[in-house]
Design a binder for this molecule. Structure first.
Ligand code: PRP
Ligand code: URA
Length: 208
């Protein structure tokens, strides 16, 4: 059964207050999303495998540990792009795959328009990033696509999640854990998270 991890680190809470505030402009919104992605990256990567190496310090040989697997970050376009640099700051060697998906405003069903993955994606850990987990339709479709490449180690990292989206992922992808900074109350009649932050993509890219 998949786990839901909700992190309440003070820096996440502080940034949540910024991104929820409708008076926050694009620049501050983007910056807060990026910082939150970095903190969530720390949490979501706690169990990455390490391999033992020996390094020469200026004094003598020492045992050390290095990351022992490929890492791919996969943003769901567009809003997921806002979380990529937070991950790459901490894992500069990570590769980046892209999934283009948007929600049909009427049906709320995800619509595909783009995909591009590293050829060795199945060999390592995959972190799908998207600030909003609402109905869960987009995340579920993205996970389905990533699984079609043969990936076994997949995690979903979101900033704000709705109970409806969490329930859908638990049902459709019980092998995928969810890492998030907030579990909000519910969705409204238009499929927006309540209280949420509005439309994440529009607020990141200034397309309101
Ligand atoms: C938003 C968000 C998720 C999706 C979540 O993207 O970034 O991808 O909605 O909703 P769901 O859980 O109900 O599927 P949107 O469709 O607005 O596209 P955008 O990122 O291009 O703005
Ligand atoms: N997508 C968003 O950007 N915000 C929501 O609240 C739900 C889906």
């Amino acid at each position: 059964m998949s786990e839901l991890y909700v992190f309440n680190h003070p820096l996440l809470q502080h940034n949540l207050s910024i991104i929820r505030d409708k008076s926050t402009g694009n620049r501050d919104f983007r910056e807060a999303i990026s910082e939150m992605a970095m903190i969530l990256c720390c949490e979501a990567t706690r169990d990455l495998p390490l391999e033992r190496v020996t390094v020469e310090t200026p004094i003598m040989s020492a045992n050390a540990n290095r990351l022992g697997c490929n890492i791919t970050v996969v943003p769901i376009l567009r809003a997921g792009l806002g979380m990529v640099d937070g991950f790459l700051k901490l894992i500069p060697t990570a590769k980046v795959g892209h999934i283009g998906l948007y929600r049909n405003e009427e049906t709320l069903e995800p619509v595909y328009y783009y995909r591009k993955m590293p050829s060795d994606i199945a060999e390592g850990s995959v972190f799908i990033v998207d600030p909003m987990l609402a109905t869960g339709g987009s995340a579920s479709a993205a996970i389905e696509l990533i699984k079609s490449y043969g990936c076994k180690r997949i995690k979903l990292v979101s900033i704000i999640s709705a109970p409806e989206g969490v329930a859908l992922l638990k049902k459709e992808h019980p092998d995928v854990d969810i890492y998030t900074a907030a579990l909000d109350e519910r969705l409204n009649e238009r499929g927006y998270i309540v209280p949420g932050l509005g439309d994440a993509g529009d607020r990141i890219f200034g397309t309101l």
